[in-house]
Design a protein around this ligand. Structure first.
Ligand SMILES: [Zn+2]
Length: 218
């Protein structure tokens, strides 16, 4: 675990320093062995983690997430029977329904945060991994990884899932409701993305990119 050494820090090159994202404490960066992680001595925030086989695991997870993306968005989330009429709803028909009912702004926002941005995030991660694996277009890989960090704030699958669960709870009393395969794929996609974000340690990705290109990343 790195410890603050205020007296020697100003003379160290930038790549030997690390700052805590939570409390801004500046520390000397210590090399980590496989499986180790470092935490901020002041607030306990995880500063960096050195994960085993991260490239293979991330590659498998990003492909899994991309495979789940289509059924999660286009297969029925739920089947609703009310007054003798049955309808199946998907994420996509939800967006179209909002648009057709006059809420175009909300429909575009939902489309961006629940479908477009999660897909762009996955594609950025896939292209960064491919760039590192084949050692091609590494500067583009750095640009894509920076873009991924900006996109992270706009992908809101978790919020969408909570919305689905709330609507299920409200509808179950007034209509005959059954859950569709799309919901299972959506939950699996969400869990895969969380696992992927935990496995794709930013420090290891930046280190791999800077080692290959020889330029500072941050
Ligand atoms: Zn801290």
């Amino acid at each position: 675990m790195p410890h603050p050494k205020p007296t020697g820090l100003p003379n160290l090159p930038l790549q030997d320093l690390i700052a805590c994202h939570e409390c801004d404490l500046l520390m000397r960066r210590e090399p980590l062995a496989a499986g180790e992680k470092s935490c901020c001595p002041r607030c306990g925030y995880e500063l960096a983690a050195h994960r085993h086989q991260w490239r293979r695991r991330c590659f498998a997870l990003v492909l899994t997430a991309l495979l789940l993306y289509i059924p999660a968005n286009f297969l029925p989330i739920m089947h609703l029977t009310l007054l003798g009429q049955t309808r199946s709803d998907t994420l996509w028909t939800g967006v179209v329904g909002l648009y057709d009912s006059g809420m175009q702004g909300v429909a575009i926002l939902v489309l961006l945060s629940s479908m477009v941005i999660p897909l762009l995030k996955l594609l950025c991660q896939l292209l960064v991994l491919l760039s590192l694996h084949f050692r091609i277009a590494l500067r583009t890989g750095m640009l894509l990884y920076r873009s991924y960090h900006h996109l992270r704030e706009w992908g809101m699958l978790e919020v969408y899932l909570i919305g689905i669960l709330v609507s299920i709870v409200k509808l179950v009393d007034i209509a005959d409701l059954s859950l569709g395969i799309g919901l299972a794929c959506f939950v699996a996609l969400l869990l895969t993305q969380i696992w992927l974000e935990m496995s794709m340690s930013p420090h290891q990705v930046w280190d791999a990119l800077t080692e290959e290109t020889g330029e500072p990343a941050r």
